[in-house]
Design a protein around this ligand. Structure first.
Ligand code: HEM
Length: 391
């Protein structure tokens, strides 16, 4: 059993270490077998513990906010709570309304468009030969999909795009307060409120109409939209960028995918999500004392659910650091460990990632990164800022 551990996960410097060193540190933490405390939080690094905490929404609360540090109360009072930061009964009420609006009909209409959009992006890449994969490909598809789904008119999109970049820039997808990102967030809320007013007069086949019709008020709509923009755009963008990086680093896996995309496409998507863990961790607060194999975390204390570590847990995955599109089963926790907050956009994200790689590889089978990914170090999301590429 390991008794000394040289790293401090609460130190931002840890997150700037080379990836190999961080992976080794988490391997050591998993070997400890029980959670360990860093500063104000306990780190859950084993797959079983992350799943346990995810599924016990009554013990592991989201109500203080799931990002770190805890968002100040006044921010939440002004902007309202998005469902990721709510507990029952408010969480099930909101999730119930949203899931009803997030119907298979809305999602499948969007999914049809996802393929067209992906094809257009791939065509555009072939003609224009842009240099950065993140900007030209990875970021474009998820943003367009969320805006289509919500029903944000084209005329508002350049502004929304700019505001999203402001809310998330240099924060690794995490809200930084206070500053211009709050102004950006306020603008996003105004845009949605404006569109919602139009849709109340003239409903359309989109999420804003459905949610406004279901009784969500302007504040709830605004926080839902900003949640989707961060949860559904940043994550999917990073996953697509990691996908190209991983295909470049693993020519044998590319060969498998090229030989049989229909057979391996789904396995590829799951393995990219597992291997890259686009969201590194979310936080929970204990409602009461809870024991992890004898180590007691007290009521009121915080735990971090390290999805990135659970996804490399040798107790669950054989050869966990290998990138293997044929891995089966692949019970990764990249979309969460199950339970009440499990990612609402899982099937949409899968469709987007599948569509973009299908369309890209069909036209440009040699598409690959030409240099190292420029990473944006963060303890929250595994973000690629830029990725030079060619085909
Ligand atoms: C590869 C892309 C994605 C990844 C890795 C991802 C990951 C996650 C994770 C880890 C959670 C938290 C789960 C938990 O706490 O148990 C989450 C929640 C959520 N995701 Fe995703 N997500 C992705 C794409 C999307 C997309 C495309 C959308 C929207 C269309 C979306 C919408 C949401 C929402 C609304 C929640 C909060 C659900 C709740 O609190 O009840 N996500 N996601």
């Amino acid at each position: 059993m390991v008794t000394t551990f040289a790293y401090d996960l609460a130190d931002p410097g840890f997150w700037r270490l080379p990836e190999g060193e961080r992976l080794a540190a988490f391997r050591e933490l998993r070997a400890l077998g029980v959670p360990r405390k860093f500063g104000d939080f306990w780190a859950l690094t084993r797959h079983a513990h992350v799943v346990e905490a995810s599924r016990r929404g009554d013990v592991f609360l989201s109500g203080t906010g799931v990002t770190t540090p805890r968002p100040p109360r006044w921010v939440r009072a002004v902007f309202g709570d998005s469902m990721v930061n709510l507990d029952d009964p408010r969480h099930s009420r909101l999730r119930g309304v949203v899931s009803k609006a997030f119907t298979p009909r809305v999602v499948s209409r969007i999914a049809g468009d996802v393929t067209d959009l992906a094809a257009r992006i791939a065509e555009d890449v072939r003609e224009r030969r842009p240099g950065d994969f993140v900007e030209a490909v990875a970021g474009r598809l998820p943003f367009a999909v969320i805006c289509d789904m919500m029903g944000i008119p084209e005329s508002y999109r350049p502004e929304v795009r700019a505001q999203v970049d402001h809310t998330t820039e240099r924060t690794g997808g995490r809200l930084r307060v206070p500053g211009k990102n709050l102004r950006a967030l306020a603008r996003l809320h105004l845009v949605v409120a404006e569109v919602a007013r139009q849709r109340r007069r003239e409903p359309a086949d989109d999420l804003i109409s459905a949610l406004a019709g279901a009784g969500l008020n302007a504040r709830e709509l605004g926080s839902f939209f900003s949640l989707l923009l961060v949860a559904g755009v940043e994550t999917t963008r990073n996953t697509i960028a990691h996908g190209l990086r991983l295909l470049t680093e693993h020519p044998d896996q590319r060969a498998l995918l090229l030989a049989d995309f229909a057979g391996h496409g789904a396995g590829f998507v799951e393995e990219v999500v597992r291997h890259s863990s686009p969201i590194i961790q979310f936080r929970r607060t204990l409602a009461r004392d809870h024991s992890f194999e004898g180590t007691v975390v007290k009521a009121g204390e915080d735990v971090m659910l390290f999805y990135s570590s659970a996804n490399r847990d040798e107790a669950v995955f054989g050869d966990p650091d290998a990138f293997d599109v044929t891995r089966s089963p692949n019970p990764h926790v990249g979309f969460g460990g199950g339970g009440p907050h499990f990612c609402l956009g899982t099937s949409l994200a899968r469709q987007e990632i599948t569509a973009i790689f299908r369309e890209l590889l069909a036209r440009m089978p040699a598409i690959r990164a030409t240099g190292a990914a420029e990473m944006a170090p963060s303890s929250f999301d595994n973000r690629i800022a830029r990725l030079p590429f060619t085909f």
